[in-house]
Design a protein around this ligand. Structure first.
Ligand code: ADP
Ligand code: MG
Length: 290
């Protein structure tokens, strides 16, 4: 593994004016508070935490949609502020928004993607060939000319992922990517994430509340009130019901079954076994979509 992290976050803070009453008085509120973490090339990292803990804010800081009020972010050892012009960052790191509607400007995918890529000065031919490549890979041809207004949440989510992947970024951040999807489309996204990770070696930061998504990751950052309270192997988190509950995650169905079984036969079963952890992870990934 390369010794320089692909992403290094140092003392990162973000404060914003927040409304405190109906007299429209505001005060500065620390939303992200002195974060430190690194992500290495090829890693698949989860980011979990209760609603309002600052996960989406981190995704915006990492893609420079908003600027930090303290600390710094380094990409391959280079400070974000030194990456000029700013659009160069788009070739390295890309975000799929939690609310995909705010990602699109044009009325449909073909127009939206063309506008986006034209920003980089690409020729029509280059835009078309890159568009067709991603469209074929994701099997989304039937919906690319339809108005976003007529598409389902799931269909829009797939298009948003396609758009985020079009520049073939090294790092992909996904903010609750299957929250609005039915099980079938969710499986499609899981498969895509696995492929991106395994075949293309894309580094992924996945913000999630779902066990099936968490099970794809190797390790997890837990965020509470703008601070990282835990850096933990995914297997260890899946085996820790109280830590899962504290962070608004469900308990793996296998852990629940094992505990019930242990009660029934009146014999405690240890959850500390590593092959058991792998089993629990596999079940969540393959059979459960919660
Ligand atoms: N631009 C902003 N101005 C004021 N408050 C904000 C802004 N962006 C986010 N917040 C607040 O910051 C906190 C974290 O929000 P967010 O990052 O969306 O959390 P999460 O994605 O973990 O649910 C929330 O309390 C939210 O209301
Ligand atoms: Mg969020």
């Amino acid at each position: 593994m390369n010794a320089t992290p692909l992403l290094e976050i140092r003392n990162l803070s973000y404060a914003a004016e927040q409304l405190i009453n109906l007299q429209l008085e505001t005060k500065k509120q620390e939303i992200i508070n002195n974060l430190n973490f690194s992500i290495f090339e090829g890693e698949f990292v989860g980011l979990v935490g209760p609603n309002g803990s600052g996960k989406t804010t981190i995704s915006k800081l990492l893609t420079r949609i908003i600027e930090p009020t303290g600390g710094e972010i380094l990409l391959n050892g280079i400070n974000y502020e030194q990456i000029e012009p700013q659009w160069k960052l788009h070739h390295e790191i890309s975000l799929v928004f939690q609310n995909v509607d705010s990602q699109f400007i044009a009325p449909n995918f073909v127009e939206d993607l063309s506008l986006y890529l034209a920003n980089f000065g690409w020729s029509k031919e280059k835009i078309k060939s890159r568009m067709m490549k991603i469209v074929n890979e994701l099997g989304i041809e039937s919906i690319i000319k339809q108005s976003f207004k007529t598409l389902s949440g799931g269909q829009k989510q797939l298009l948003a992922i396609a758009e985020a992947l079009v520049l073939e970024p090294k790092i992909l951040i996904l903010d609750e990517p299957t929250a609005q999807l039915d099980p079938e489309n969710s499986q499609l996204v899981y498969k895509l994430m696995r492929e991106l990770q395994e075949k293309r070696k894309v580094t992924i930061l996945l913000i999630t509340h779902k066990l099936a998504e968490l099970a794809l990751t190797k390790r997890v950052l837990i965020l509470n009130q703008g601070q990282i309270t835990n850096k933990i192997e995914t297997n260890d988190l899946l085996l820790n019901p109280s830590l899962l509950k504290e962070n608004q995650m469900p308990i793996p169905i296998t852990v629940d079954i094992i505990n019930r079984l242990a009660d029934l036969i009146n014999d405690p079963i240890s959850l500390q076994d590593s092959s058991l952890a792998t089993f629990i992870k596999t079940v969540e990934e393959l059979y459960v979509n919660r």
